[in-house]
Design a protein around this ligand. Structure first.
Ligand SMILES: *Cc1c(COP(=O)(O)O)cnc(C)c1O
Length: 405
């Protein structure tokens, strides 16, 4: 008995030692340890984004409120479909839509929305994509020729074929038994011969759903509901551009049955075309908070702030000999004020590419964009953090003066 008790106690010893060790290491950990800087650890270049919401530049930064929602929702399990139900209802109410879902970007909103139009809620049909035609589904989507600038590849991802038209007459002639949907790219509205209203009327007359891509078209904030109010059956928008939601998110909103069918073409279900377009609960919830946050912002005040920041940059460069500046505002898509800075190459020996590289390789690194015009860069401030306008102003001024002859 005695020996057994002794052995029992001994066997407890290493465990007791282990617990003590753990407690000790916890105490040590409580001392302020340097915070892990994973960006530095990976050797990643960070930069001031004076370019805009470019996908390659990781588009936008999530505000603290959005990050908090992201982090908080990461701590519990919930059912993915219930997250989409609840968040979808909130988004739909804000945007005057019957229903909504969070997708893996605007691109995925187009793919899933188109897929839903092709298949409806029929599981057998859902399993046939990307081969709608071979399986007897409607398989054609009509697009205006000038709207076919690359994003319509999201439509053809489903296996649907795009039919390009230019006039209302061509549109009506192109409609046949195989026509599944009409697709409109809002940012190219002015380049097409058929306007929103006419396009919608033709769709309605033939009982064909009409989808619109408004990916980068807030601001103005009203665009979040304008196209639902106009009667578009499906509206697709990016979440990670001006709304500052997660870069991987977007919204598909519109008619209830169509959004429901789109959801059936993606996760959590399997054996469908959208299974790889997963959006996690944190992203879905963060997207909702970003939208809510965006809608509640003082947009007039924000616009004024952008103008003030651009004035700081403008004032730093406009008096340099050979420099001309001007404010440009795209009428649709990234509808925010930008400053175009041009220089005369007789006075300033610098190409726009060299300027871009000098700003990128300087400290801190700054990204800008240059357009088709020579000796011209464009600076956008809506992605700047407070105070960065002055840094951008000084750096551009510095390079223009250094290159002055
Ligand atoms: C950005 C963009 C898309 C793609 O949106 P993501 O949210 O990046 O998937 C689609 N259409 C247009 C016009 C865009 O500008």
């Amino acid at each position: 008995m005695k020996r057994r008790t002794l052995l029992k106690n001994m066997s407890l010893l290493p465990l007791a030692g282990g617990v003590a060790g753990t407690l000790l290491s916890t105490e040590t950990k409580a001392a302020p340890a340097p915070k892990r800087d994973v960006l530095a650890e990976l050797g990643l270049r960070t930069f001031i984004n004076a370019a805009g919401t470019y996908t390659a530049m990781t588009a936008s930064l999530m505000p603290a409120e959005v990050m908090e929602a992201f982090q908080q929702s990461a701590s519990e399990f919930v059912m993915l479909d219930e997250v989409q139900d609840k968040v979808g209802a909130k988004i739909a109410a804000i945007c005057h839509a019957e229903a909504a879902m969070v997708t893996a970007g605007c691109w995925s909103a187009i793919v899933l929305g188109t897929a839903g139009v092709l298949t409806g809620a029929d599981a057998k049909k859902i399993a046939t994509l990307p081969y709608p035609e071979a399986n007897g589904l409607k398989s054609e989507v009509i697009i205006q020729k000038s709207h076919s600038v690359g994003y319509d590849h999201a439509v053809t991802n489903t296996g649907a074929k795009t039919i390009l038209v230019e006039t209302k007459e061509e549109l009506e002639k192109a409609i046949n038994d195989k026509t599944a949907m009409l697709w409109f790219l809002n940012k190219e509205a002015a380049s097409g011969k058929i306007d929103h209203t006419t396009f919608l009327q033709v769709g309605r007359q033939h009982n064909i759903p009409v989808m619109i891509d408004i990916a980068a078209d807030v601001p103005p904030v009203e665009n979040l509901w304008k196209y639902n109010d106009m009667g578009f059956d499906l509206v697709c928008i990016s979440g990670g551009k001006a709304m500052c939601g997660p870069q991987s998110t977007g919204i598909l909103m519109g008619k209830k049955e169509l959004v429901a069918a789109a959801r059936l073409n993606g996760p959590p279900g399997g054996g469908n075309i959208g299974r790889g377009m997963k959006v996690n609960k944190e992203e879905i919830i963060a997207m909702y908070v970003a939208l809510d946050n965006y809608v509640k912002r003082d947009h007039a005040k924000e616009w004024k702030m952008w103008e003030d920041q651009l004035a700081v940059i403008d004032n730093a460069v406009k008096n340099i000999s050979g420099v001309t500046t001007g404010i440009v505002v795209p009428p649709v898509a990234n509808h925010v004020p930008s400053l175009e800075i041009s220089w005369n190459d007789n006075k300033i020996k610098l190409t726009k590419e060299e300027m871009g590289l000098k700003l990128r390789n300087g400290k801190p690194s700054i990204e800008t964009v240059s357009w088709e015009k020579d000796n011209t860069i464009r600076v956008t401030v809506f992605m700047l953090k407070p105070g960065q306008d002055k840094i951008v102003a000084n750096r551009i001024r510095e390079e223009l003066i250094l290159a002055s002859v």
